[in-house]
Write a protein that binds this ligand. Structure first.
Ligand SMILES: [Zn+2]
Ligand SMILES: [Zn+2]
Length: 134
């Protein structure tokens, strides 16, 4: 997914916008010929566009592909994985708990403690060391 997408995404549960993006791995891609600007929220600058003291450099938002990362909602505490360039923005009942816990475990060194412990709908508290053993 591109940084650019964060200008469009709201939390599927509580509708909060903007969401926060943490990037674990990214790759540069060739930006399109004509780059538009983020309209409301620019994820590359991590700022609302209106609060930027300068024009946003959105060639970065269009020219970077987030390969693995984490999207978090500051309001309801939910988190959403970005895996292999795909953001999975699913409501709780459609999420795969085992898969989500594997994701948290895999990237735990990069994920803030509060998500690891209290993130919704799933987190690693309780199942801390051994995810295979239920
Ligand atoms: Zn931007
Ligand atoms: Zn939310």
């Amino acid at each position: 997914m591109k940084y650019r997408l964060m200008d469009l995404l709201a939390c599927p549960i509580c509708k909060t916008f903007p969401l926060r993006l943490m990037v674990f791995e990214e790759r540069g891609i060739k930006p399109p010929e004509r780059v538009e600007r983020c309209e409301l929220y620019c994820s590359y600058h991590d700022s609302m566009v209106e609060r930027l003291p300068h024009e946003p450099r959105c060639v970065e938002c269009y020219g970077r592909e987030v390969v693995n990362g984490l999207i978090t909602c500051p309001k309801c505490g939910r988190w959403y994985p970005v895996e292999e360039e795909i953001p999975r923005m699913l409501p709780d009942e459609l999420r795969d708990r085992e898969r989500d816990l594997r994701f948290l475990s895999k990237w735990r060194a990069r994920i803030p403690d509060e998500i690891l412990r209290q993130g919704r709908p799933f987190n690693l508290s309780g199942s801390d060391q051994n995810l295979e053993k239920r």
